[in-house]
Design a protein around this ligand. Sequence first.
Ligand code: SF4
Length: 474
Amino acid sequence: MKLLSRLLGEPASPKADEAFRKRVDARAAAAFETFEFERLEGAGVELDPLEYHSFLQYPRRDFLPPLAETTGPALLGHAPPAIGGLYVHLPFCPYTCSFCPIPTTTSREDALVSRYMSALETELDAAQPWLAGSEIRSIYIGGGTPTLLETERLVRLAETLRERVSLAKDLEWTLEASPDTVDAAKAEAVVRAGVNRFSLGVQTMSQKLLDSFGRKHSIEQAARAIRILSNSGAEVVNVDLIFGFPGQTRDDIWRDVEMIAELRPDSISWNQLYQLNETPLRERMRRHPHEARAVYSTRAQVHEALSALGYEGRLGHGMYRRSSDRRRYTKNNVDPAGGLLVGFGVSSRGLINDFAYRNSTNLAEYFARVGKTGWGIASGARVTAEQRARRAVLFGLRQGGVPASVLEGEPRAVCDEMAEKLRACEREGLVERAADAYRLTDRALVFQDAVAGHVALGEDERQRFKEWHKPSLQ
Ligand code: SF4
């Protein structure tokens, strides 16, 4: 192991390292192990870490009703609104990781990739009337593994986007990457083409864990990729990590912390393992609640370690950035304020004129829909007043606060129900009122997804999510 103390600028010694680890562990214990779980029970919060964290959008795209080919495009409306963000999905991956909830394909057949890139261009053309009057503040090219594609294709995609949209001065343009698909030439070429932020999927610095879920890169490649991206000219490098893997130890987490201390990425998105419904692991976690608690214990360790390294984590969705850093960071173009978003590519989602939609998750159907209408929309619905209120609370709680005025809005029954739950959380010390807004207390940050999900989601949605299964591209 590397000497953390040296990385932290302290006199390097195993003793200093030990003291640092002890300090972080003591703080994590203070935040977690002394937490009275009765407080969660008292507020009615179900302590299941597996259910709520993936509500990156609301209404959730998986639950939108199916639409006929022409219905979705017709529901987009005509008045061009100010679109804030674009999401472009590239579903190609070098392998299939066993934990991954995203529909992807390992096929790299040239004809398929070419057809896909041309379908994206068709969608962009169809969206022109909606994009024409907008200054785009955020482009997120996600996947899949976008950097699996050849440099020429990525640069061509960037050019296609630049030709069709007007870019804001403070544009944040993210490209997702994986450690075994980036090199300096590719990274520098996409930065020259407009990308200014990379999000690198590292997941863990434990080789044993990487091997166990089918990733075929080494931890050395991961460290090398961070260095390459940091030297590419991009403004921001984000690193994606995961905790909660079966068999992941506290030492494994410390290895991740050492990597962060050494390589100092600008931001870290450190999320809990997504437990797919069909996996034995999820069943096990349901049957053994104490293992679920252990996941929270790890989360406390992660939180305290990152805080000790000078990162803060009130951005929601497991995002941490340096305390002095005020830049905007998006995760898969999550927009808590419900800003308008156009999604391109298979399974991507969008929100235009209060119409929330999702493209087909099936490649053949996606191609067929784009061929007929220019859009890949396969499901969608108008966002209701109830969903707007629930979204404001779900994202507000995780990202800084819910204005009390939100709870005075409509529909009354829904707002009253959420206000009642918030008051119960306040009584148990999970939520506090500050400057006329409800926000999570520091002690509740470890449980932020469970508390926010409990307060904001209706029983029927929680049930549906418990029964949700990953869609397949084929
Ligand atoms: S985790 Fe990343 S590389 Fe692995 S299957 Fe999912 S999208 Fe592909």
